[in-house]
Design a binder for this molecule. Structure first.
Ligand code: HSE
Length: 319
């Protein structure tokens, strides 16, 4: 396939994966923060990452510029191979959130790169097709091709991954009244490590509890039933193991619930913690309570408050 334009910049958002009860199969997009990637077409084939920059105040980046080791690079290499491209690309990445935070940082860069590149080709692929290439990037970051960050980063809203092989994704509109508070403790947890501490098998009783909650959460989101959403936002599969990686996790979760959160759990593989609520004021009050509990656990943190994003990633400029 040919490129018909020369340069595009796209923004893709942070995401909350798992959403408590949907380990590896559910995620939603935030309106902000997010990453921006500029992709330029080159006549020479191959992929080159020319720069990776980050916003002021973020921890120093230690991300590889070798495209085979970088999530955005890996996703773009897979895309170019998939479409039989007769060109190459150069790209520059601007990170607006830290890596290793549990906010889908690796997926946001891969999604922004794919969306920018897709704006340049003769026959752009569908968002669902982009998700498959995005998962190639996730495999580089975490060792597994999960889509619960990259699918909502590419498709917006809330995305259920009904199945893998073949990827079967279902997008649900985000209820407009839902707000998300994310507290990012200033420590890093690698997704690879957070996955290796999980058991390979779970008891039937645990599975029944988890799939009841997942079905309840999806029904609650579709019916706009906040009580059902609140009862369903529980994780008995990953949280009991991963909580130990996050200083003061249970105190922070309790503080969020007392302050009025519908639910509170680990964002992706952590260390970020998310809480859902029904207004901006509630999201701020919950954030303060969570932050105070984190400080009592002797760690600093950064708060983000955002609605769930309903739109898809933005192409910021194209020429
Ligand atoms: N579902 C993945 C995990 C998300 O929990 O390992 C990683 O952000």
């Amino acid at each position: 396939m040919k490129a018909v334009r020369t340069e595009a910049t796209a923004f893709a958002p942070a995401t909350v994966a798992n959403v408590a009860c949907g380990f590896d199969v559910l995620g939603f997009a935030l309106e902000s923060p997010g990453d921006e990637v500029t992709v330029r077409i080159t006549t020479e084939r191959g992929v080159k990452i020319t720069s990776i920059a980050s916003d002021d105040g973020l921890p120093e980046l230690n991300l590889p510029t070798n495209p085979h080791e970088n999530t955005a690079g890996g996703a773009v290499i897979a895309y170019l191979e998939g479409i039989g491209a007769d060109f190459g690309v150069e790209m520059s990445i601007r990170k607006r959130m830290p890596a290793g935070s549990g906010m889908g940082s690796s997926a946001a860069s891969a999604a922004a790169a794919l969306v920018a590149l897709n704006a340049l080709v003769e026959k752009p692929l569908s968002p669902e097709e982009l998700v498959d290439y995005g998962m190639k990037g996730e495999a580089i970051a975490s060792g597994s091709e999960h889509a619960d960050n990259v699918a909502p980063a590419i498709m917006g809203g809330i995305v259920l991954i009904r199945g893998y092989n073949p990827t079967d994704v279902v997008r649900i509109d985000a209820p407009p009244h839902l707000h998300c508070t994310v507290l990012r403790p200033h420590c890093e947890v690698s997704t690879k490590e957070a996955r290796t501490i999980l058991p390979k098998e779970i008891p039937m009783k645990t599975a029944i509890t988890q799939w009841g909650n997942l079905a309840g959460l999806i029904a609650g989101l579709l019916k706009r039933d906040d009580g059902l959403i609140a009862r369903s936002l529980r994780d008995v599969v990953a949280e009991p193991y991963r909580a130990a990686l996050i200083p003061g996790f249970y105190a922070i979760q309790q503080a969020a619930l007392v302050a009025g959160a519908l639910g509170c759990s680990i964002s992706g593989s952590g260390p970020s913690i998310f809480a859902l609520s029904t207004s901006h004021e509630a999201a701020e009050r919950i954030g303060t309570a969570m932050h105070n509990a984190l400080t009592e656990a002797c760690t600093e943190g950064t708060l983000y408050i955002s609605r769930l994003a309903d739109g898809q990633p933005r192409v910021v400029s194209v020429r």
